[in-house]
Write a protein that binds this ligand. Sequence first.
Ligand code: ADP
Ligand code: ZN
Length: 606
Amino acid sequence: MTETALDVLRRVWGYADFRGDQAEIIDTVVAGGDALVLMPTGAGKSLCYQVPALVREGTAVVVSPLIALMQDQVDALAALGVRAGFLNSTQELGERRAVERALLDGGLDLLYLAPERLAVPDTLALLDRAQLSLFAIDEAHCVAQWGHDFRPDYLRLTVLHERWPDIPRIALTATATDATRREIAERLELTEARHFVADFDRPNIQYRIVPKDNPRAQLLELLRTEHAGEAGIVYCLSRASVEQTAQFLTAQGIEALPYHAGLDRRVRQANQARFLREDGLVMVATIAFGMGIDKPDVRFVAHLDLPKSVEGYYQETGRAGRDGLPSTAWLAYGLADVVQQRRMIDTSEGDAAHKRRLSMHLDAMLALCETVECRRVQLLAYFGQASGPCGNCDTCLAPPETWDGTIAAQKLLSAVVRLEQRRQRYGAGHVIDILRGKRTERVATLGHENLTVFGVGEDLSEAEWRGVVRQLLAQRLLAADPEYSTLSLTPDSRAVLRGEREVQLRREAPRKARARTRASRDAVVGELVPEAAARFEALRAWRAAAAKEQGVPAYVVFHDATLREIALRDPQHAHELAGISGIGAAKLERYGADVAAALAELREGR
Ligand code: ADP
Ligand code: ZN
């Protein structure tokens, strides 16, 4: 008799039960139906096709754009005793032939395939000769043409059901807006597919957005006070700032590696491999990095520049805390970000409709930054999900004050008007100097102390004025020239000047370190009694050695949560490990005796 899906889950993965919609999704695919799955990162998408791959006859073909991660994915499955292989452009011919042979001999449960392989007629002919169980289309949002990860090769995936109409397909993504979902279903021609949309909340991630002041110092403070020695990702917009930030952190004694598309492929891969394999490294990267990274213990994701869309932001921050333990999503955002992003849209290629779309994405992102409501409520609402205040974001933890900024806005806009009357335009810095009555050299040269608005804004600090400018830009009550960043009015500015429109602003909180209620490291070992904590550390050391010996990331051996459970139970014999979450048959056989020995050694050593 064939095993049920639940049997497979328990035997191979050592997990007790399915989570959320997993069981239903798996039943759908096992029964031969199509499925479109939207789940946040870390919710457990992979099992949705890996389990059916083991239950159904034949080989499951997994289409994935993550060429650099295929080896790791296959290694992780091999550690579970699952037969998996991949075909992509990085392989030598001999290697490829071996995988093809295994496929045709029925020796593979899963075959990972880069989408461009499907353009090669040989690949299609090869798949014709194999017995296929299902197609899984991972990172399915890559088919969305206006999305943030578009891959032209994905458009070719309609070949799958045209050529193999009877083989079930499951498409999966962590991107969740209705528009993206419709686009995926349409472009992949998943007309009959059942849609599964999971709860998108990631309650263990604390969302924080702070005004950008001295971003590197702010970042350093975050890493030192809350995430010392922990793994994390720092996103920057440009390659240059990636390099500089990585150097800066390294100079400060924090081990950081750069990652961007301008680096040599080998360097990039080596840095990625180190980040995955070693503990506590910081990856400084452009958004070229991160898709498919399944490192479970990324404790923070920091953005030094404003993301282009809420979807992108949510995907990037979602890489924190896949293990469910407390993690931080931190973004520093300032006036220059708004100007720079608007400029990038203006100068981008594409027609007016495309630019409008980019602008809408940016506006949604800005609204998230400027909100005085719960960040999570706003994030989830963006994905069509209603929720209440979360208690685990900066606005919930320290509710920002709002203030009536109408008069301040009028002063600022009047200054811009006065300058425009003189046919002059200046950037925020100079306009603020005028408002604050600062007699700078430039003010003197231009005779700007004679303007009626000179010195009318002494009641606000420079930082507060920058906050006003930024928020007016975000609300489109003020515009900045894409090239020179000079300020000008917008069609909506007049209503403010005429007193027909009120302006509510968020008060700029002075920068201060807020100690987290619980450091994440403590969350992993915190409640362990000293003996269990010592066992946990001993097990970590054993795991590091085992992982190094096999050339795989530590989490492929066991997750922290599994080690923690072992440390608590302190088993005397290998067979007592059975039943601990994350220890399936293959891992029990492979590591059981070693784990028991490591614990015995510790016991005797004491
Ligand atoms: P996603 O691809 O959705 O980001 P993964 O498939 O990598 O997430 O799963 C995230 C983590 O949760 C993995 O470590 C996985 O082994 C674990 N996991 C998934 N499903 C279950 C389950 N039913 N029980 C216990 N752990 C699970
Ligand atoms: Zn909140």
